[in-house]
Design a binder for this molecule. Structure first.
Ligand SMILES: N=C(N)NCCCC(=O)O
Ligand SMILES: [Zn+2]
Ligand SMILES: [Zn+2]
Length: 324
């Protein structure tokens, strides 16, 4: 059954109208948007990467893309906090899922690079739904070929700059060390947000700094508030290209129980959404939302948080497009 999509005054094909087609009856795309093959081209493509072969603890993030899409059905077309229609001023479309090999990590990483590069070839900005955090590495490899060294803005409880697990270089705890070693990162502009919890050793932090990162800790939100966090974030990122990588475990387990390596003492969803709004005006060239593992979720708490995080990012891209 085909459901009619809304069309904005500027001709963008938007979500299926929830006042005419019930949300539970509509398409399974993100926010009931059109599929990429239903529109001639997209300004922003949403791509699922159902892959979790890189995890060190609870598996299940391979089911993240479908869960986030399911939890995105209630999103509405107008963002009052930003006074913008994220689906109206830019064509947003769902590019479906990459078919990733779950048994061969090296091949999987190449498949993700290829798929991301193909979707971006038509000029679309990419918002990727993971999947575990391993997937950030091939995305950064692809972006580097267009942008050169890039700033990573990384929301996470974890540093993800560790070296190896069981001798394996590609895991969800190591993508940003690999990216730094490969020269993909602008070492003067990378920033972690929301880091907390036990480490392996104090030297983890020294290594992390040498790999190009500064840290706004979850504790800093307690002392400096969201405004202080946003201020430090913006000063660090400057004017160059920024890739935003959001591990949903940056949120407290109360706000995101559905994830593989939860840590107490995290951000609230309100703090995260507000911080993301602070990206408006910066040169955001892509983003991911990773580590949503629905088997540990309840009442779609984590899925809804992830869907709203995606919507907040789309609003930033929409505002930037208007200002450009
Ligand atoms: N990227 C995420 N979510 N977790 C990394 C944790 C790696 C570890 O087990 O130490
Ligand atoms: Zn994490
Ligand atoms: Zn992570």
């Amino acid at each position: 059954m085909n459901h009619p999509h809304t069309v904005s005054a500027s001709g963008m094909v938007g979500p299926v109208d929830a006042t005419r087609v019930p949300r539970y009856a509509g398409p399974a795309t993100f926010a009931r948007l059109p599929r990429l093959d239903e529109v001639s081209r997209a300004d922003v493509a949403i791509l699922g990467v159902p892959f979790d072969t890189g995890v060190s603890y609870r598996p299940g993030a391979r089911f993240g893309p479908g869960h986030i899409r399911q939890s995105s059905k209630l999103l509405r077309p107008y963002h009052p906090g930003q006074d913008v229609h994220p689906f109206g001023v830019q064509q947003v479309a769902d590019a479906g899922d990459v078919a990733v090999n779950p048994f061969d990590l090296t091949e999987a990483v190449q498949q993700i690079d290829d798929a991301v590069t193909a979707v971006r070839a038509d000029g679309a900005s990419l918002l990727t739904l993971g999947g575990d955090h391993t997937i950030a590495l091939p995305i950064l490899r692809s972006l580097y070929r267009d942008h050169g060294p890039i700033a990573v803005l990384h929301f996470d409880a974890h540093l993800d700059t560790w070296d190896t697990y069981f001798g394996a270089p590609y895991t969800h705890g190591t993508p940003f060390r690999r990216a730094s070693e490969e020269g993909l990162l602008d070492l003067e502009r990378c920033q972690h947000m929301g880091i907390r919890g036990p480490l392996y050793a104090a030297t983890d932090l020294e290594d992390d700094a040498a790999l190009g990162f500064q840290i706004v800790r979850a504790d800093d939100y307690e002392t400096d508030g969201v405004a202080g966090a946003v201020d430090r974030m913006r000063r660090r990122l400057g004017d160059g290209p920024v890739y935003v990588s959001i591990d949903i475990d940056v949120l407290d387990p109360a706000h995101a129980p559905g994830t593989g390596t939860p840590e107490a003492g995290g951000l609230t969803s309100r703090e995260l959404l507000h911080t993301l709004r602070g990206l408006t005006g910066l040169n955001v060239v892509g983003a991911d939302i990773v580590e949503v593992a629905p088997a540990y979720d309840h009442a779609e708490i984590t899925g809804i948080a992830a869907a709203h995080v995606a919507y907040e990012l789309l609003a930033v891209l929409a505002k930037n497009r208007i200002a450009a």
